[in-house]
Design a protein around this ligand. Structure first.
Ligand SMILES: Cc1cc2nc3c(=O)[nH]c(=O)nc-3n(C[C@H](O)[C@H](O)[C@H](O)COP(=O)(O)O)c2cc1C
Length: 183
């Protein structure tokens, strides 16, 4: 099953439109709407709890439900607009919650991360107001997915320059959908 991680807070989100076109081509999916989830960044008490659970290998704890869901998915689709050269903070909060050693990754004897995720591919779907810049959003997720989570194939679907004065944002998004092909 595909896991759709929806990190698009705007009602008329162009990123979400692009992602939904892709999902239509991919088939069935389960959606996780990050802004509707009781997610919060990990504070002192959370880290202490997490360390205690991991020391006892209690991977089935409720605290790790997002990590288990991510690790079990066959395919991942992330939709997040470019914000401040990166992505909305809610997606980083989600990452903090899923990055659990023993569920999505483990360490080799040499101390290198070894991925434990089932997914064979991850799509990163994004749009930007100006020119697309993948350095701190797409590239970051690609590195983590491949090097830490063991997801070999990472693909980008993007539409850029949507907020440039005079731009026909709808056409740019529709062209990106057509250019993708199967969607
Ligand atoms: C908080 C915030 C930060 C943004 N930062 C950037 C940015 O760094 N670079 C850029 O090109 N566009 C930036 N934008 C514009 C969005 O990337 C653009 O409008 C995008 O299409 C929004 O996607 P959406 O329609 O799915 O909400 C930003 C928009 C917001 C609201």
């Amino acid at each position: 099953m595909t896991l759709f991680i929806n990190c698009c807070p705007r009602g008329e989100s162009r990123t979400e439109k692009l992602a939904r076109a892709l999902l239509k081509a991919l088939g069935e999916y389960e959606e996780l709407r990050l802004y509707d989830e009781p997610l919060h960044s990990l504070g002192r008490a959370d880290i202490a709890k997490r360390d205690a659970l991991l020391a006892e290998k209690k991977y089935d704890d409720e605290m790790f439900r997002y990590a288990r869901q991510f690790a079990a998915a066959d395919r991942i689709v992330i939709a997040a607009p470019l914000w401040d050269l990166s992505f909305p903070a809610q997606l980083k909060v989600y990452l903090e919650n899923i990055y659990v050693t023993g569920i999505v990754t483990k360490y080799s004897e040499a101390g290198k991360p070894v991925g434990l995720c089932r997914a064979s591919e991850l799509y990163y779907v994004t749009t930007s107001g100006g020119p697309f810049d993948g350095r701190f959003g797409y590239d970051y997720w690609k590195t983590i997915a491949q090097d830490c989570f063991g997801i070999p194939t990472v693909k980008l679907l993007e539409a850029e320059n949507l907020d440039i004065v005079g731009a026909d944002a709808e056409k740019i998004v529709d062209d990106a959908i057509k250019a993708y092909g199967p969607a």
